[in-house]
Design a protein around this ligand. Sequence first.
Ligand code: SF4
Length: 273
Amino acid sequence: MIDIYKKLPGTNCRECGESTCMAFALKVKNAQRKLSECPYVKHEDEESLTQESVVTMENNYKRVSKELEEEIKLVDLKEAADAIGGNYHKGSPEATLSASSRSDSVGNSGGVIRLKMMNDEYEVRNEGLFKGNQYCHDSWSKIIIYDYVRRKGNISLTGDWVSLGHFHDAASHTKAFQQKAESKIAEKFNSDINGLKNRCKELEGVEVQSEIKADYVCGFELLPRVPMYICFWEADEEFPASCKLHVDSSAEAYIDIEYLAYLLEWFVKIFVE
Ligand code: SF4
């Protein structure tokens, strides 16, 4: 973190949306921000850190996912499954064998949690994340799911549908991101509400009769306890289409808001493909 901090001007100007340069450096270290998001970082400084292999984003993602994987070894998966809406299974023979051979794994029950992130099925074992019975090498999938499991959110949905900007922890770039993601959907489906409905169906969205006054509202599950609504207003003669992505206000108990922003971005990328 200090290596990163040394490349920043130290003026705490807040233009990046963080309250201090140190807070920004910490987020870069934790793969939640990119060094280039500070407008005052010199290109050559960014490159030198990259060459030293200190803060390449990919290295950061790997390191953070490894750190979280270590934490997962200590999590009681049965207890966590109840708290996060995952399905607990006593575990595959391999998982149980592997678990019983590791005496250092305090929370290791040898079981597995099966859950869906968007439309993909994953299995969380104490030894890591698996997809289709293969170890998952995607750092972001691991970061988001491990964080979700270790937090054991365990609170009820509130029924309040809010944008990311509602959350205390959401930095300004997170809010800007959401607007960008929303406008991608609005632009793609501008006056084609049927196209939007079909895309929602393809991705297993469910039309919702909500209090939100929109032309169309469709619900998705980003994670078992992190539902999301796409709210869409079709273009008319006066205004272009607009779109809002809302999550339940309980989301911050389940997932880091920066990771949630990434997950929404990921969702939108797939949605407009
Ligand atoms: S924009 Fe750069 S200089 Fe300003 S607070 Fe953020 S990290 Fe520090």
